[in-house]
Design a protein around this ligand. Structure first.
Ligand code: GAP
Length: 440
């Protein structure tokens, strides 16, 4: 079943995953807000990432750096001079495009890809993608600061602080999740490309010479993480960057791509950034950022292998990958087959009917489970409707209290994917769900 972006946008709004930002004012282009279900999904994805990147390793620690940084950081990083996209305007329809996204044959004729007018496109101008703002009350040149376009630089400028305080030795990594901002010329495809987004980045510091094997190792690990959070293997692939498309800092870059409704596109990048970043920061800050290897009594500037994932893009990928429709008794059942680990609501609890003490027992069960997961209690409408609502929200388990519960303290446990129901005891329900969600 292939899902369209329109269906996804509509489900996200209907079920409270994602809303257009400032919608009551007509919205603001390419900015989105996460609703009650969306914020849970995003939080669970971040937790899974942190678990795999920090908790399960002994050589990676976390960081949360400020969004606003010293403006020199962005000169050193190369962003002031080089973080640009080539921008062209159509004189006819006034639309703007990235020159590198226009079909080369059309661009040769300066033909607008939107209105089709020949000779209507301007020459390309380099447009810097960083958002500028002012720090302090006086809007003068000296006070210009940027909203960070990537979280990575916060890690590089803190590498010595982190290493010294946590007594890490190379090789080791620093992981960070945080907001980034880019004044994209052509945002779009829902939350795929926005102007404000969150990144999940990890920078791994190694001795020169160990960079290539480390890069290979991390790209495999990152690919397997997507499978671990439930993305179908056949919808993922690697794509290595050719020499001509490498970013200014990279010696090698591998994208992990997903097959979106608009085609195969980048989900994450795994980059070998060499000693570019630390050398530049050493040069621009005047601080020694070299590392002394005690064992071999050797000094060097560490090489960096970066894994850089978009959190919002991962949310979108999980939603698209999980979306399914099937015909049941002449009705379409929409179901989000999200991996239980990342599903926003883990279980819904229903009384079959609102009498005979069933609501009270259901509420008691919901209350008991609430300490361990996000649980939803629902007693409105026919039970079939309630199941369908939870299917659309991706809730993996529904627990129903019925007349048999009153006799033998069992409930039905319904599986979202198979729709099979089995009777399980109320006692030990929490452990049973934990086992099914996290395998423990
Ligand atoms: N530190 C390296 C870096 O930022 P990137 O390829 O520019 O590399 C990494 O970005 C990831 O961040 C992308 O693979 C994507 O998932 C996410 N990303 C980048 N720009 C984005 C945008 N405008 N909207 C949403 N996600 C974005």
């Amino acid at each position: 079943m292939s899902v369209t972006m329109e269906k996804m946008v509509s489900l996200c709004k209907r079920r409270g995953f994602i809303f257009q930002s400032s919608e009551i004012y007509g919205g603001i282009n390419a900015c989105y807000d996460y609703g009650p279900l969306g914020v849970e999904l995003k939080k669970n994805i971040k937790e899974q990432w942190w678990r795999a990147m920090v908790y399960e390793r002994e050589d990676v620690v976390g960081l949360d750096a400020a969004i606003l940084m010293h403006p020199r950081v962005w000169e050193a990083s190369g962003h002031v001079a080089g973080f640009t996209d080539p921008l062209v305007d159509c004189r006819q329809c006034k639309q703007r495009f990235r020159q590198d996204e226009i079909d080369p044959k059309k661009y040769e004729k300066r033909q607008c890809p939107a209105c089709g007018t020949a000779n209507s496109l301007t020459e390309a101008r380099q447009f810097n993608l960083m958002f500028k703002t002012h720090m302090g009350p006086v809007e003068e040149e000296a006070a210009i600061v940027y909203l960070r376009p990537e979280t990575a630089q916060g890690i590089y400028v803190n590498y010595k602080n982190v290493m010294d305080s946590s007594r890490k030795k190379i090789p080791f990594g620093i992981a960070q999740i945080g907001k980034a901002f880019r004044n994209e010329i052509t945002p779009g495809n829902f939350i795929f490309r926005t102007r404000e987004f969150e990144q999940m980045e990890m920078q791994f510091f190694v001795k020169p010479g160990q960079d290539e094997s480390t890069w290979h190792d991390w790209k495999e690990r990152r690919m397997s993480w997507y499978e671990r959070i439930g993305i179908r293997k056949e919808k993922l692939r690697f794509r290595q960057h050719g020499q001509h498309e490498l970013a200014h800092y990279a010696k090698a870059a591998m994208d992990i791509e997903y097959e979106y409704p608009m085609g195969w596109k980048e989900l994450e990048g795994v980059h070998n950034r060499t000693d570019y970043d630390l050398s530049r920061h050493q040069q621009y800050s005047g601080k020694d950022l070299s590392y002394f290897d005690d064992a071999v009594r050797e000094r060097f500037i560490p090489y960096i292998v970066e894994t850089s994932a978009g959190c919002d893009r991962t949310v979108l990928t999980c939603l698209l990958d999980a979306y399914d429709e099937e015909k049941i008794e002449n009705e379409i059942r929409v179901v989000l087959r999200l991996d239980p680990k990342i599903a926003p609501v883990k279980a819904a609890v229903f009384p079959l009917v609102n009498r005979d003490g069933m609501p009270e027992i259901s509420q008691k069960i919901a209350k008991e489970l609430k300490g361990d997961f996000l649980v939803f209690y629902d007693d409105s409408g026919a039970v079939g409707r309630r199941y369908r609502r939870q299917d659309e929200a991706g809730t993996p388990f529904c627990i129903t209290v019925d007349s048999q519960t009153l006799q033998d303290q069992t409930v039905t446990l319904r599986n979202r994917d198979t729709m099979k129901q089995e009777r399980v005891s109320i006692h030990g329900l929490s452990d049973e769900l934990k086992r099914r969600i996290w395998g423990k």
